[in-house]
Every structure is written in C-alpha cells, then in structure tokens.
Design a protein around this ligand. Structure first.
Ligand code: GLA
Length: 388
C-alpha cells in the first residue's frame, strides 16, 4: 500500500539528509509476485507477474567528485566506487547490483558523474520477491534521472537485467526487471518475453484474493542451479532444432515434437515442464480476464507439480505448503514462485474462511519445521517512479 512506500521514502530521505547534508532525488522501485509462469521467461515464453507494494527506495544527489558513495541503510554498509578505474565486481553482494548498473550506463555512453546514494527496502531478502531487481531498477532510474539522461523504460529494463547477468552472475530472464519498471496499480501483466508485448489484466477475482507464504529458506544457493536449468533448456533447444529448424526457443516447441527426438532424460523433463507451463500461462490469462478463480487456481497447483517434479526447483518446505493448501477448500491454488529452492508460495484463497485457512497453514508449517511461517498480504502497484 502507498503507506508502506511513504514510510520507507521518509526514512531514506531523512537518513540521506543527515548523512550528506543535501536534498536528494528520490526514486522507488517495487518487487514483484508472479501468478504463474516460472522459468519460462528465459525460454522466450509467457509470464503473469505484478509489481507489489514492497520495494526499494533510493535517495541520490551529485557530489561534485569522481566517486560514488553508496550506502545500504539496512546493512549499515558503505561502498565507494571510483569512476576512473573501470567497474569491477565488489565482494559486497548488494553493491554489485548498483555497480552493474553503472557499468551498463557507462557502456551505452552515459557521461557519469560522482554522486552519493542511500537506499533501503521493505522486501524480505531471499523471499523470491525480487529485491535484487528492485535495487537494479531503482539504481538505473535514479542515476539516469539524476544525470538528466532520458532513457526509455525498455532500456532501463535491459540495463538492469544485464547488471544481474554480469555482476551478480545470474543469467536471469526479463520478468523481474520488467515487472518492477512496468507494474500497474491493481493489475497483473501478461507478458510475452520474446516480443515484450504485454497486456494489463485487472487482478480482480470474485470472492478471492492472494496471500504469500514465506518459508524463509533463502534461495541464494539456487543461483548455480538456476544457470544450470537455463543451460539444460538450451541443450533441449539445440537437439530439437536438428529435427525442427523452426524451433528457436522452447516457446516454439510442443510436447509432440519433444516425444519424437532423443535427448537426455533430465533435459527432456526440463523441456516438458517449460512447454506445459507456457500453455498454462496462456490459459491462466484468459481465466484471470474472466475472473475464474477456481480454474486459475487449478493451473497454479499444476504449475507447482511441474516445478517440483519435472523442473526440480522446489524444496520440502515449499512442497509442504502446497500439499497442505490442496487439502483445504479455501485454497483455489498454490504454487512456489520465482527461481525456487526456497522463498514464497503464492496462494489464491477464497475470501470466505481466509483467516482460518491461513491459520491452518501457519500451524502445520510450525509443527513440521519448528519455525514461523511468513505471511504477506500484498497489493499490485505502479512500477518504478520518481517520488515527488
Ligand atoms: C528469477 C529470475 C527470473 C525468472 C524467475 C523464475 O526470479 O530472475 O528471470 O526466471 O526466477 O521464473
């Protein structure tokens, strides 16, 4: 909600003014959820995300030097970056997202100048709600605005994504950065990750809403597995192409093609999941348009089964949450969300009996894993913006 953002903005502004005695420019970039369509983005497929009312706010002002002083308010950690020595990876993970953006702006010819920046966020770290994309998007919007460089939104999205590839070492798709920049209040985005064509669909399901359950298992260990999944899909495409030259990515393939060629069993399962998930996203979009919650929910359960069984990016905590949700009539659908190996499930839950359903899941999770489940209620909001 707007209140969350206002509070965060105030905190970051105050801290900047205290630290650097200047009035800053303020930008905010949100995290994202994804109703359905995971690991489809880097396969040129479809996704159905939304920007949420949790994000990152960054305050910036020029400092008249050749150095950028970057301060993470949450970690109380400072990183200085000289503009004269070329951009190299830092041993501070958080700083790399911003250094990556500086590198991207520099490579496309932006005349960089020294600045001071303070940022803070209210996205639980490691929860799979794309805090890293929010930081990249806040940085690219903030720095370009500060320097008077007019970038269009698509350029910002690409610079942010490249920062993740080159400086965080994750060969991510475009969903997170796209959602953070392009979000729209009250809407999900039906995005074709090949053409970037998109449509906003009202996130408005009769008598039902969303809730997130956070396993608090940090998914950061999943980075190498993520890149490996991407490579397995690429292997699948190169095998398919020998027989079906028209297949440029898995979005061009179907299950029948897959059955006719020979490939390693693991690669086959990865490809099958992606092909089926793309079909689900297309259907899910039409169900969302017609407000058909139960039908949409069923696809979410199927998506989880595919992510867990075929794509193998789930974990016992996520599987438990989905299995338990399936037993309760309140839950129309539930699935792990994002890269996997931890983080959150996204749940479509009926308004009637909502609290009771949440409590049941909370207590069963506590009993099984001996720790507290995170429960988040989120709203769809507009994408990255300058705070006025
Ligand atoms: C991460 C990546 C995205 C996407 C999801 C899985 O969030 O950053 O590009 O691949 O995983 O759908």
């Amino acid at each position: 909600m707007k209140n969350n953002e206002n509070e965060l903005n105030r905190k970051v502004r105050n801290s900047f003014e205290e630290k650097f005695s200047q009035k800053p420019l303020l930008v905010h970039a949100p995290g994202r959820i994804n109703l359905i369509g995971d690991h489809t983005d880097y396969n040129n497929g479809y996704v159905l995300p939304a920007a949420i009312d949790r994000g990152i706010t960054m305050a910036l002002a020029k400092n008249g030097t050749d150095t950028c002083r970057l301060f993470s308010l949450d970690l109380k950690d400072m990183q200085e970056v000289s503009l004269n020595t070329g951009f190299i990876r830092s041993d501070k993970g958080w700083a790399n997202y911003i250094i990556g953006v500086l590198d991207g702006l520099n490579s496309r010819g932006t005349r960089l100048e020294g600045f001071d920046a303070v940022f803070s966020g209210n996205i639980p770290i490691g929860s799979g709600l794309s805090s890293s994309a929010a930081l990249e998007c806040a940085a690219v919007m903030g720095i370009s605005e500060l320097l008077g460089e007019s970038l269009d939104k698509e350029e910002m999205i690409h610079i942010a994504q490249e920062a993740e590839h080159k400086f965080a070492g994750v060969n991510c798709g475009i969903m997170d950065q796209f959602s953070s920049v392009m979000g729209k209040e009250g809407h999900a985005i039906r995005l074709d990750c090949e053409s970037l064509q998109h449509e906003y669909l009202p996130l408005d399901i009769k008598n039902a809403g969303l809730v997130l359950f956070d396993t608090k298992v940090s998914h950061s260990l999943g980075d190498s597995a993520y890149n490996q999944r991407r490579m397995e899909c690429e292997t699948g495409v190169s095998v398919l192409r020998q027989f079906f030259p028209e297949v440029r990515s898995l979005r061009d393939a179907d299950a029948e093609m897959l059955e006719t060629v020979e490939m390693p069993e693991t690669v086959f399962r990865r490809c099958l999941y992606v092909i089926e998930e793309n079909e689900r996203v297309v259907k899910a979009g039409t169900y969302l348009k017609s407000g058909l919650g139960k039908e949409l929910g069923k696809l979410m359960f199927e998506s989880h089964d595919g992510l867990s069984g075929l794509y193998e990016v789930s974990c016992p905590e996520l599987d438990h949450l989905v299995t338990e949700a399936k037993k309760l009539p309140q839950f129309f659908g539930s699935r792990m969300m994002g890269g996997g190996f931890g983080g959150c499930t996204i749940n479509l839950i009926s308004d009637e009996g909502r609290e009771e359903g949440i409590e049941k899941i909370r207590s069963s999770f506590g009993q099984r894993f001996g720790r507290e489940l995170g429960v988040y209620h989120v709203q769809a909001v507009e994408g990255a913006h300058v705070v006025t």
